[in-house]
Design a protein around this ligand. Structure first.
Ligand code: AMP
Length: 214
């Protein structure tokens, strides 16, 4: 089962990816998490991408395709995977198609979690993330049980630098320009499915599950 979660920043892709991962035992691959780990570890790659991420812009397609190809070749991806935050451009989607051909399984569903812009800006202002394990939180709908401490690993729960309002607006416009065209791309291939992301987390998850069973 190969799943792409589409949708703007803040629609709940990470939260849904974690739920699908638990239920279906396939890994969540978040390119944002991969890049943030590189930045945190101050690797060469991390140094290259930090300024781009802080501005809310996109890392180059070439670099992203190298990262994703390497990751999808790992043994834990053999049964399938959930892509969260990738692809984000048409060239990335085309590159992914080629990688899937090489991997020998082109079976794919692109699931779009749809949420209006005003709601996204509100949600991102209250979004937090565990600085250690990346578990997502939202102070309004699913806060950590103890303030600022991750329920899963006990790490510090923080606000991402790129969740500050100005960067959020930039990321939304980058999404509209570069990533929204993917809706058309996957519609044409008959692989596009949409769920209403304004519903409670559990209901969004049930809707996604129904799509995965069909
Ligand atoms: P995310 O956590 O998915 O919102 O990603 C955080 C940031 O990482 C984005 O704003 C981009 O700067 C970068 N990034 C993550 N995934 C990609 C991708 N597929 N293509 C280009 N840049 C990406």
């Amino acid at each position: 089962m190969h799943i792409i979660l589409l949708g703007a920043p803040g629609v709940g892709k990470g939260t849904q990816a974690k739920l699908i991962m638990e239920k279906h035992q396939i890994p969540q691959i978040s390119t944002g998490d991969i890049l943030r780990a590189e930045v945190q570890n101050e690797t060469e790659l991390g140094k290259k991408v930090k300024a781009i991420m802080d501005k809310g812009e996109l890392v180059s397609d070439e670099l992203m395709l190298q990262i994703i190809e390497k990751r999808l070749k790992q043994p834990d991806c053999q049964k399938g995977f959930i892509l969260d935050g990738f692809p984000r451009t048409i060239p990335q989607a085309e590159g992914l198609d080629e990688i899937l051909v090489k991997l020998g399984d082109i079976n794919l569903k692109a699931i779009d979690i749809a949420v209006p812009d005003e709601e996204i800006v509100k949600r991102l202002a209250s979004r937090r993330i565990c600085s250690q394990c990346g578990t997502p939180y939202n102070l309004l709908v699913n806060p950590p049980q103890t303030d600022d401490i991750c329920d899963v690993c006990g790490g510090a729960v923080i606000q991402r630098d790129d969740d500050k309002e100005e960067t959020v607006r930039k990321r939304l416009s980058v999404y509209r320009e570069n990533t929204e065209p993917l809706i058309h791309y996957y519609k044409q291939k008959g692989l596009y499915f949409r769920v209403d992301g304004l519903q409670p987390i559990e209901k969004v998850n049930t809707d996604i599950d129904k799509l995965l069973q069909n």
